[in-house]
Design a protein. Structure first.
Length: 96
C-alpha cells in the first residue's frame, strides 16, 4: 500500500529545516520504509515550507511510527502532518 505524507512547517522555521536537512534526507534514503517520491513543498518565492512524501507501508500506523524517527519530526519542524492512503492512477512505480 502507498501512503502520501504532507507535512507543513511551523512559521519562520527555515533555519530549523536547513539545520536538519542532511539528516532528514539520509533518513529517507536508509529508513525502514521505501520512499517512492520525496521533495519540499515551496512557497511562491521558492522557499521550502513543508514536505511531500509517497511511501510504501503495510498500514498508516506503520507510517506514523516511522515518521517519529524522522530528524525533522524530532526537531519539531512540523506544524501539522497528514498521512493518507494513496492509490496510483497514472505513473505508478514498478513493483519491487
Amino acid at each position: 500500500m502507498f501512503y502520501v505524507v504532507r507535512a507543513i512547517d511551523k512559521p519562520d522555521s527555515q533555519s530549523l529545516r536547513m539545520e536538519n536537512r542532511a539528516a532528514h534526507l539520509d533518513f529517507l534514503k536508509t529508513g525502514s520504509l521505501t520512499v517512492e517520491v520525496a521533495g519540499p513543498l515551496v512557497d511562491p518565492e521558492g522557499g521550502m515550507r513543508g514536505s511531500l512524501l509517497i511511501v510504501r507501508a503495510d498500514t498508516e500506523l506503520e507510517v506514523e511510527d516511522w515518521l517519529k524517527d524522522d530528524p525533522y519530526t524530532q526537531a519539531g519542524l512540523f506544524e501539522r502532518v497528514e498521512v493518507d492512503a494513496f492509490r496510483w492512477a497514472i505513473g505508478a512505480p514498478e513493483a519491487s
